[in-house]
Design a protein around this ligand. Structure first.
Ligand code: KG4
Ligand code: ZN
Length: 481
């Protein structure tokens, strides 16, 4: 069933996933896939679109490629996103026009299990991925042959889910000889603000608030990020989701919107929750303790989550609304306090900053936006907040990030046609965006760094250094003679 919802410049198509538990997908074990240079000819128009001011660069993963500044050309990129519970695809061009946007959400599954169950989510992605991508192309009135490149989220996220999107992207790119851009999910949440606000220049700050992340970053340049703060345990979206679940709210649109709605009926000062990490003079977050405070308050008021909100008595509804409002007030106060400090830090590092971007699913919350707008105004900055449809996970942000990197020549050559199904994919489930700000490190930081991928920023810097030290020197010498 397909329904249309309004969007910036094109309708979003939302596919409702009809969950059929009897359907099973065999996921084969995988073997290491190395990115290789393919000698085969690439699409003629692919080269045609490059500017003559090209240099030779080493790109992501250490392979040598042409780095080109692709300007004044209309690039058309398909973006695919499957890092968590939404299967999304979109086609965007380099003028910032959204040619199509399709999302299949796993809301029914979320409601049923009260959270994302990776195996179920993987099966749900596999069930709809072909349809979602096809619909994105159809709605844009394009075929694969019209695309310049394919962009896909490769991390961070759930490996099982990322794999479905990456496999699909490689299939499309491989069969149509298209370059591929591997996208960082949190960078995509950040950069979509540059599609919305075309004046947004680096450096700027960003607060990224979603189900799995709570990040304060300083974006110095494309692919160059400093992490000012992160969460030491849970993200704010997780706290919203659990609060919704324990309050017995309808989770079909995820927990956040349900809490936001009910909070409007409540007294935000009626339940005294403590603002987390007040004593830590850093920019890190913690939501695990607030979650526990909410659970205890719910238990103390003997709220039975088995009874839906619609069936609750007036008194019980008010009790739930008071908890929702009090939780939201404190959860957002925590954001406000850390944001205020982060802006001070960021202005010390880069005094020319003018904007704070707020993005990620929780940024679609009106109360969050209003409170952060006040903080940002007090500090003399401007808030940039994408529309809700671009704050929650979507394919547009992936396509746009693909365009931004592609323009700088950061992409992989087309994958082989008929790549084996069991090829090991380059997935980065735990992948920081940037290096931690040295002066901002806190003792309260969790030490969960095991199996962490090197940050996007460090990989890009390493590739640029490599380029400057070898290939580029050769090119410069050659052009000097
Ligand atoms: O960015 P996103 O769509 O997916 C992740 O990358 O996690 O964020 C999803 C999170 C969920 O926790 C959801 O409850 C939260 O964003 N969220 C909201 C709202 N809309 C979505 N939280 C608070 N208020 C909202 N209106
Ligand atoms: Zn997200």
């Amino acid at each position: 069933m397909v329904s249309l919802l309004p969007n910036l410049s094109s309708p979003i198509s939302r596919l409702s996933l009809l969950w059929r538990p009897s359907l099973h997908f065999t996921i084969k074990s995988t073997t290491k896939l190395q990115f290789q240079l393919h000698e085969k000819a690439v699409k003629p128009q692919w080269f045609k679109s490059f500017s003559p001011y090209c240099s030779v660069s080493n790109l992501s993963m250490g392979q040598t490629q042409k780095q080109m500044l692709v300007e004044n050309e209309n690039l058309v990129v398909l973006g695919i996103e499957t890092s968590c519970d939404d299967t999304a695809a979109a086609v965007v061009n380099s003028n910032g026009e959204i040619l199509s946007q399709v999302i299949s959400s796993q809301a029914e599954l979320l409601a049923r299990y009260g959270g994302v169950a990776p195996k179920m989510a993987e099966e749900a992605h596999a069930l709809v991925i072909d349809q979602v991508v096809q619909e994105a192309l159809d709605k844009a009135n394009l075929t694969e042959r019209d695309l310049t490149a394919v962009a896909v989220t490769i991390g961070p996220g759930l490996s099982l889910c990322l794999r479905i999107g990456v496999r699909k992207a490689r299939k499309v790119a491989g069969s149509h000889n298209l370059p591929l851009v591997g996208v960082h999910h949190m960078e995509a949440h950040t950069l979509v603000a540059r599609l919305v606000e075309r004046e947004l220049q680096f450096p700027f700050m960003a607060l990224l608030v979603s189900g799995g992340h709570n990040l304060l970053i300083l974006a110095r340049d494309l692919g160059d990020y400093i992490q000012l703060g992160t969460t030491i345990d849970d993200a704010i979206g997780e706290a919203y989701d659990k609060t919704a679940k324990w309050l017995g709210l309808d989770m079909r649109r995820s927990g956040g919107p349900a809490v936001e709605e009910l909070a409007r009926e409540g007294d935000a000062k009626s339940v005294k929750f403590k603002v987390p990490m007040k004593q830590h003079k850093d920019c890190n977050f913690s939501y695990a303790g607030l979650k526990t405070q909410v659970r205890l308050a719910i238990e103390a008021k003997r709220i039975n989550a088995e009874i839906s909100l619609a069936s609750a008595s007036d008194e019980e509804r008010q009790a739930r609304a008071d908890i929702a409002a009090s939780f939201q007030r404190v959860a957002v106060l925590h954001l406000e306090e850390k944001c205020e400090r982060a802006i001070e830090w960021a202005l010390n590092i880069e005094p020319s900053i003018n904007h704070l971007v707020v993005s990620g699913g929780v940024a679609s919350n009106k109360y969050v936006r209003a409170r952060l707008d006040e903080v940002v105004n007090r500090k003399g900055l401007k808030l940039v907040c994408p529309p809700p449809s671009l704050c929650t996970d979507n394919g547009v942000m992936v396509a746009w990030t693909g365009i931004e990197h592609f323009r700088l020549g950061r992409f992989d050559l087309p994958p082989p046609v008929n790549e084996p199904e069991d090829a090991v994919l380059d997935l980065r489930p735990r992948w920081p965006l940037g290096e931690e700000y040295a002066e901002g490190k806190s003792e309260a930081r969790s030490m969960r760094t095991a199996r962490m991928h090197p940050s996007l920023t460090s990989l890009i810097k390493a590739s640029i250094n490599f380029t400057n030290g070898s290939n580029l020197r050769g090119l410069v010498n050659k052009s000097a003679t």
